[in-house]
Write a protein that binds this ligand. Structure first.
Ligand code: HEC
Length: 132
């Protein structure tokens, strides 16, 4: 009986950690809904000509290291996303914690068919040191 119980708790532990792992990319969803989707839209397609898409964005891959600064401090001036030029300033969200930024990056890098890199607290912190 005791063995059976240990076995059972081991199995539930494994199942628990697996589901936790599957959910980790979507942990940033609520932050995206609060801070980003009004402009970039729930499905990440942006707004034609004005707001660039995050879904399928080549900018996300090419400027991976800059993403923490884009989110915290915003971005302005001309940028090119998937061959189209955008030039509307995006305000940053300075009240975000480093961990929130990591969650957001992991969310946008793994939603809508995106298959970007997985980041963590330490990497975001290091990249924030490089903001201009
Ligand atoms: C008020 C509207 C607005 C909000 C809110 C907003 N953005 Fe943006 N975002 C823009 C605009 C406009 C640009 C283009 C900036 C430029 O032209 O220089 C942009 C550009 C970007 C880019 C680079 C281009 C691309 O599409 O890959 C990323 C990444 C990005 N935003 C992520 C986010 C994230 C993550 C959030 C939420 C934390 C967010 N944005 C919130 C308007 C917004």
């Amino acid at each position: 009986m005791r063995r059976y119980l240990i076995f059972l708790s081991l199995i539930s532990l494994i199942i628990f950690s697996l589901t936790d792992c599957n959910n980790s990319y979507s942990d940033g969803k609520y932050l995206y809904e609060i801070h980003c989707q009004s402009c970039h839209m729930p499905d990440g397609v942006g707004l034609k000509g004005l707001i660039p898409p995050l879904a399928g964005s080549d900018y996300l891959k090419k400027n991976y290291d800059k993403l923490p600064c884009v989110i915290l401090l915003g971005v302005e001036g001309e940028i090119v996303v998937n061959g189209k030029t955008y030039n509307q300033p995006m305000a940053g969200i300075p009240e975000l914690e480093t961990m929130d930024i990591a969650l957001l990056i992991n969310y946008i890098n793994h939603q809508w068919g995106n298959d970007g890199k997985y980041t963590d607290f330490r990497e975001v912190e290091a990249n924030l040191q490089k903001c201009e």
